[in-house]
Design a protein around this ligand. Structure first.
Ligand SMILES: [Zn+2]
Length: 248
């Protein structure tokens, strides 16, 4: 008897959860599409106020599975952008390698595994973190990992993979955002969930806060309604069933 009672009890929470999920999903999807609508979002059109841009490739403090050939891949990626890159830069960058971190505009380092060593989300292979003053970059830190887990097996990145990854992150350091063209180096293959695209995060954050607040209110209202209803139902049951709440 009264099986519907327990069904009903779970309903408000479920509806609340559903609201929460719907809101959050639509907001997240909206954020992503907002970015994709814009065919080629430059984070900053000409981010550097000087040339050449100095680069320090840290091949001294390296993780266990670092390959000495990775440095060449970064140099090759630098040459790629100096020679026109993907054709989407509004300027011609020129790089100069330097011997210390303190002289560097762009600092490039490796870690064994980004999820473990930098606490970033699963699936991220590299990120570029620009520091900006008055709309110009004063420094960009690029962190690349040397391998990743595929299933349970750890797999080291090969040179070709590292070169593409370096090209992509250097593209961010030169002011480019993500492309929605799968063939473009700035398509987010390597750092799909990278946390560096400050535009996306900044644009989406207020929506996320709003969604969380709205969901919290929705859930509270559902609970209040349910409590009221339960009160009424109890008194009806008490009246007709003499105090037995038909749970058994
Ligand atoms: Zn990226």
């Amino acid at each position: 008897m009264f099986i519907w009672c327990s069904m009903f009890q779970t309903c408000p929470a479920f509806i609340g959860l559903l609201f929460f999920v719907c809101f959050f999903t639509s907001v997240a999807v909206h954020g992503v599409y907002a970015m994709e609508d814009n065919a080629y979002p430059a984070l900053t059109t000409i981010p550097w106020d000087h040339s050449p841009i100095t680069v320090y490739i840290d091949n001294v403090n390296v993780p266990e599975h670092y390959s000495p050939t990775y440095k060449e891949q970064v140099e090759s990626a630098m040459a790629y952008w100096e020679n026109g890159g993907n054709g989407h830069l509004a300027y011609e960058p020129e790089f100069r390698l330097v011997d210390s971190e303190s002289e560097a505009d762009i600092y490039i380092m490796w870690v064994e595994n980004l999820e473990k060593d930098a606490g970033v989300e699963n699936g991220v292979a590299g990120f570029a973190r620009p520091y900006e003053i008055n709309g110009k970059y004063v420094r960009v830190d690029i962190v690349l990992e040397v391998g990743n887990y595929e299933g349970y097996a750890w797999k080291q990145y090969g040179d070709a993979n590292m070169r593409e990854l370096a090209k992509h992150e250097l593209g961010h350091a030169l002011g480019l955002g993500h492309s929605n063209d799968r063939r473009d180096i700035m398509y987010p293959t390597y750092d799909q969930k990278d946390n560096i695209d400050p535009l996306l995060v900044e644009r989406t954050r207020p929506f996320i806060y709003a969604a969380v607040i709205v969901s919290a209110i929705t859930v509270s209202l559902s609970i209040i309604n349910w409590l009221r209803y339960r009160g009424k139902r109890r008194s009806v049951e008490d009246k007709f069933l003499g105090g037995k709440h038909g749970r058994s």
